[in-house]
Design a binder for this molecule. Structure first.
Ligand SMILES: NC(=O)c1ccc[n+]([C@@H]2O[C@H](COP(=O)([O-])OP(=O)(O)OC[C@H]3O[C@@H](n4cnc5c(N)ncnc54)[C@H](OP(=O)(O)O)[C@@H]3O)[C@@H](O)[C@H]2O)c1
Length: 239
């Protein structure tokens, strides 16, 4: 583990057909939630949140799901919430800005000042990294460690953020919950979105570290295969 960035875990719940969500518009409810997923798995998800200092997501997770990113049970200290939002587009009314925990919004220098100030007035701590719509994830990791004191980070999505993180080899673990349902749909969101790693670079490879069966679910933990992370050189926007 590098001391210059947090120990970082990707966590994703994936359907049997490799999707993480149907493609939705803001306001359309997320069908992949407590109504569909076993309480035992939801409890495990909560336990994962309890083990970290920070939970990070992309701005679409907030715009679509308006997630609070807090522990599901009242007991316990909520981790710091981190949102990658290059142009400060999450609304000041977003539930992630509630008082239950500290929230960090990472913006680019191009974010409109009035939007950034509106988020800061709601109590968000603002970090600046990157340019244009995109936040520089490698720089963000350094800032989270050095300025916010995050030592252990859980990244919960979505597919675009996972893509950026994998491209720069920033995951120490990939935790995958394989769920016993099918989402389908050629436009549904997958765990890693945007540009494919092939043909522009080598495919990042991992080794299986642990596999648990929990009823009809599989909980898999993969770690990077040393020396085989071809995607690490890909630092293009969206990469
Ligand atoms: N099943 C699960 O485990 C799970 C967990 C979490 C989320 N989800 C689902 O995932 C979906 C959201 O995923 P998503 O891929 O649409 O969006 P996302 O990863 O949540 O957010 C991506 C957005 O963040 C902005 N961003 C800024 N810097 C970025 C960077 N360096 N890398 C990537 N994005 C950056 C981009 O805005 P611009 O577009 O302006 O460039 C980008 O569109 C939702 O449907 C949610 O329900 C599923």
């Amino acid at each position: 583990m590098s001391v210059e960035r947090p120990y970082t875990i990707m966590l994703v719940a994936v359907s049997l057909d490799g999707k993480i969500s149907p493609r939705r518009h803001p306001g359309q409810p997320n069908p992949i939630g407590p109504e569909l997923i076993d309480p035992e798995i939801m409890a495990l998800h909560n336990a994962r949140r309890r083990e970290v200092d920070g939970i990070m997501v992309g701005r679409n997770c907030i715009l679509l799901d308006d997630s609070r990113l807090t522990l599901r049970e009242a007991a316990g200290r909520n981790p710091t919430r981190i949102v990658l939002d290059g142009l400060a587009e999450i609304p000041p009314t977003a539930r992630v800005l509630g008082e239950e925990a500290t929230t960090v919004v990472v913006v680019s220098p191009d974010a409109p000042r009035e939007r950034v100030e509106a988020l800061a007035r709601r109590g968000a701590r603002i970090l600046v990294a990157g340019g244009g719509r995109f936040v520089d994830v490698a720089k963000t990791m350094q800032l989270l460690r050095a300025e916010i004191g995050i030592e252990r980070l859980l990244v919960e999505g979505g597919g675009s953020v996972h893509r950026s993180m994998i491209a720069q080899n920033l995951y120490d673990e990939i935790q995958l919950i394989v769920c016993p349902f099918v989402i389908g749909g050629s436009t549904s969101i997958t765990p890693v979105e945007r540009t494919a790693f092939w043909p522009q670079g080598q495919i990042p490879r991992y080794r299986l570290d642990r596999a648990d069966t929990l009823g009809d679910y599989l909980y898999l933990t993969y770690k990077p295969r040393p020396g085989s992370h071809g995607g690490a050189a890909d630092t293009s926007p969206g990469g």
